[in-house]
Write a protein that binds this ligand. Sequence first.
Ligand code: BGC
Length: 896
Amino acid sequence: MSETKPEGEEMPLTLIAPQPPVVDAAPKNLGWHLPTDWSAQRQIAYELEVATTSDFAAGSMVWTTGRVVSDSSQHVDYQGPLSAHQRYYWRVRIWGDAGAEASSEPAWFETAKLSAADCRGEMIGPQTDPGAEKQAPSVAKRFTLASKPASARLYITSFGIFRCFINGLRVGADELTPGWTSYRERLGYLTYDIAEHLQAGDNSIEVWLGDGWYRGEICWPAHRIVNAYGDRVGCLAELRMVDEAGTARSVVTDSSWTSGLTPVLMSGIYPGEIYDARLEGETGPVGGVDVLPLDKSTLVAQEAPPIRELPHLQPVDQRSIGPGVTLVDFGQNVAGAVKLTLSGERGATVRVNFAEILDAEGKDLNSTSFRGAKVQLDYTLKGGGEESYQPVFTFMGFRHARVTITGQARLVSIESVPFTSDLVETGSFSCSNPLINRLHENARWSLRGNFLDVPMDCPQRDERLGWTGDAQIFSPTASYLRDTAPFFRKWLRDMVADQREDGAISHVVPHPNRYHEANMPNFYGSACWGDAICAVPWTVWTFTGDRDILAENLPAMVRWIGYLTSMSPDGVRHPPTRIVERGFTFGDWVQPQGSTVKPNPNTGDDFVATAYYFASTRTVARAARILGETAIAEQHEALADKIKAAFQREFITPTGRLLYNSQGAYVFAFANDLIPEQWHDKAIEDFKRAIYRTGGLNEPGLQLGTGIIATAQLLPTLSKIGLHDIAIKLLLVETSPGWLYQVKRGATTIWERWDGIDLEGTPATSMNSYNHYAYGAVVYWFYHHLAGIQADPQAPGFGSIIIAPEFHAELAPLQASHDTRYGRIEAGWQVDNEGRVTYSFTTPPGTKARLKLPAGAADITMDDRALSREEAARSLSQEGLPVSPGRRTVTLRLAA
Ligand code: BGC
């Protein structure tokens, strides 16, 4: 046989590995990026191979697709055999036109447990456990190995949160494991490669167990709850070790393990931690363990990337404010922890308190935004040289820390340790306005701090809950910034698990009150909040083109619509005003005028709730069409028509006025196409008046007047109806309410309310979180409208791309990128002194793109060639001008 290489060149091809790479079922949605400078115009065929060794030796091959004639590079599902505890390597070869070929390096995925039967060991509860809000217990086991294993894995989870040590070394670098799920239905376990931890001879494993979300204090004082999921912490673990000969042996949690106590004297998500380093290495009184009941069918391999540390931040200011007291400013509000390095006498103590802001004089902490959460660390030194401490079982939201030392000790250093769910970054943005760049940065930081296994409202006060409304409105922004698919898939599974029998979705997911209904009766079913069950899968679908996310959630979406319909026989929602009543809705929460709390909205709850009822019904109909569920689609199309007609009857007068003449009302109505054609122009004028009226009689008059949910759609809706100039003016407002006010006041994350600190520097006294991403949802508009990077709604997932920028000389030059499953999309524009725009964009190979330019664009060239009259007309039309992948540069003149 000839040794010569096949015709055509070999180019590297990048594989998109499943996230996380350890799975408990056949991986779906395998895909790859085509090489960027490939000589072929398009892929014509692919072959995907899977083997159990990285050399793909003949005996190790387990599956191949064969050569598949297709231009698709995404959504290949593994259909080969699968056994538990096995690493699989996969690689792809593609063929293009003109004889081009390309192939990838191997990537891998690995199986953990494929069924409950594979899950060995018992959930064991330490007998030394003193109960919630007390000293953290541990479980331990010693074992002997004849030789160091060739490979070894630890499969581990807990009731509560765990930290595991093998032979004294911490396993993994993940924080707050196993994260937060609706534990009784779904408990995630983690997989660690522990071969390097083990040795021939004696070995030990020790697992510390903290209360965490499982049984620690959760919810604000009026509804405070402990033991939300159970009153005993526990651990389930299997160390699976394979020797050179391939023989497996396991050490599993069972009644032979011992229990003890740890140096963590108290820990909790809200209160913080008390840690006595003098107890390190001493387990205290040793006890046995009890086997706790566990339904193993609830176990799932960790579904989303774990919480990890980001690079540590050093203080930007550190000063003494009293004997032994140091005030530290890290310059950035984060969620995470601090790492202290100390030196001093055994028994000396250090207390650390935290705050997001300082008091008005800048002399000390102002921790009012923590409300009922104590957020305090107490550490006792063991003495004898430098020692470091970082809390084990808690996290806090803070920018500032105050360190108080009692006794003979010295603070050698203190660092801020930001945490985040380790999702792949996918977005970048900059423009010429530094305030807007900082706003974008603040949204990124709020995402980092609030995406801690669950999308939280805030990371600092006595909530930190998975408020469904906040996450829903921020999800499109988040999806430009990160690969959110695994994160939201996991959270949606909890949402479905917590869905009530009548279809209502809980206000927070996971719902810690699920088994304590009397504590917060009827904490379910608000418009927008509950509609997350429709909107979030739709967002993931838009960004990934993954039909499975729709298929998986469709039944729950249908049940949600059933719940709404049960209260709205005539098609209009009439929410009650008391939170405990069925059908209550938060409405357009935190509207800036008047009170920040209900009731005082200027957009009626009935209006908001009916608009959402319509939007979700339409989403269900669309999802059902995509999935070929014709009966469900038809039923929901008819229902959507009915709701729309009812909405128009109820909320639009015969002369075309909206019943609530507020900005939010126009946003909800236009965003959801609820205004009849005949009243369109009139409603646009009314909308403008609502925006200018809000600012009062003074110039410039215009002012934003929406709460958290309408604000998220405000600028996109203005753009949708052609009011670009008003959108940009609202964005550029530097007073409150407006996005840039807080930036000018030094915000480093997004605030919960526009006036979190007033002009005199006085902080708001309630609802004053300084790290609440909801208003950061405006960042969606930066990518979608300003840069013009859009997924095609007809063919989501960015295989088909719409390039539809809006140009504003004030922001030029502007640059953005978004990493899709097909590769990176880049777009940026400049505007010269004569108002001529140069817009450059790059779309990845293997995609289709259509360019849609703003109305009035003239003298259009592309890649130095003037567009023909017909091409120009298409670029200004609804369907847009098809453009081939690669880098294109368009120039144009804007309408005066
Ligand atoms: C949370 C929110 C949440 C809201 C419900 C607040 O306390 O922080 O962001 O959505 O309650 O309206």
